[in-house]
Design a protein around this ligand. Sequence first.
Ligand SMILES: C[S@@+](CC[C@H](N)C(=O)[O-])C[C@H]1O[C@@H](n2cnc3c(N)ncnc32)[C@H](O)[C@@H]1O
Length: 219
Amino acid sequence: MRALIEDDNINYEYIIRYLRDSIPERQGLLKEMEEFAHTYSVPISQPESIRFIEVLLKIKPAEKILEVGTAIGYSAIIMAKASGGEVTTIELSDDAYRKANEFISRSDVAGKINVIHGDANEVLPDLEGSFDFIFVDAAKGQYNDFLPHCMRLLKKGGVLVSDNILYKGMTATDELLTHRKITIVKRLRSYIETLKESKELSTAIIPIGDGIALSFKEV
Ligand SMILES: C[S@@+](CC[C@H](N)C(=O)[O-])C[C@H]1O[C@@H](n2cnc3c(N)ncnc32)[C@H](O)[C@@H]1O
């Protein structure tokens, strides 16, 4: 337990290293984006998490994908490439929105990605259409607010992926919980409860990256 507390990771370092070594190294633009994210501390998806999503999308291609939380467009590009579909992605920050558009315009899926600049809490209620796959990867404390909109926008048979739901293990045990994070962790716990109790969803929690909830929309 001590090692986990000190390292902030939900998995042991040797497991993380092993998982990452099993993923082919990104090349070209995606590699440049990883380096940019590292240099400027932009929180992009962890390699094993985005690899999981990438493979999911290859298994079950999605024509329409919605992402909440673009950052610099790294996951949006990977999802567009893996699925062959269109990605609508929402980003609040001015700087991230600008940078995402810069990177996306240089990718070979530029025509497939639409970045909406705004707060998902304001954008989602007005969003129309239906999506095969939704990736929620924005402010963790707001997942409960995003959920009703995601449920409305997700097709029957669609997939909802929610990232960072174990939040450095704090969601799973009070032993790791720090005072400053109590509110956010309570919200994440309540989010997971809602997913679990939903009659419309079947959910599995996957302990990779910072924890992923993988939900299938039954009805
Ligand atoms: C973890 S990053 C997204 C990483 C990205 N999905 C990737 O893997 O490349 C989270 C992003 O969500 C954005 N964000 C946070 N709250 C938001 C909100 N309410 N609406 C839209 N974007 C939000 C942040 O500005 C940040 O860029």
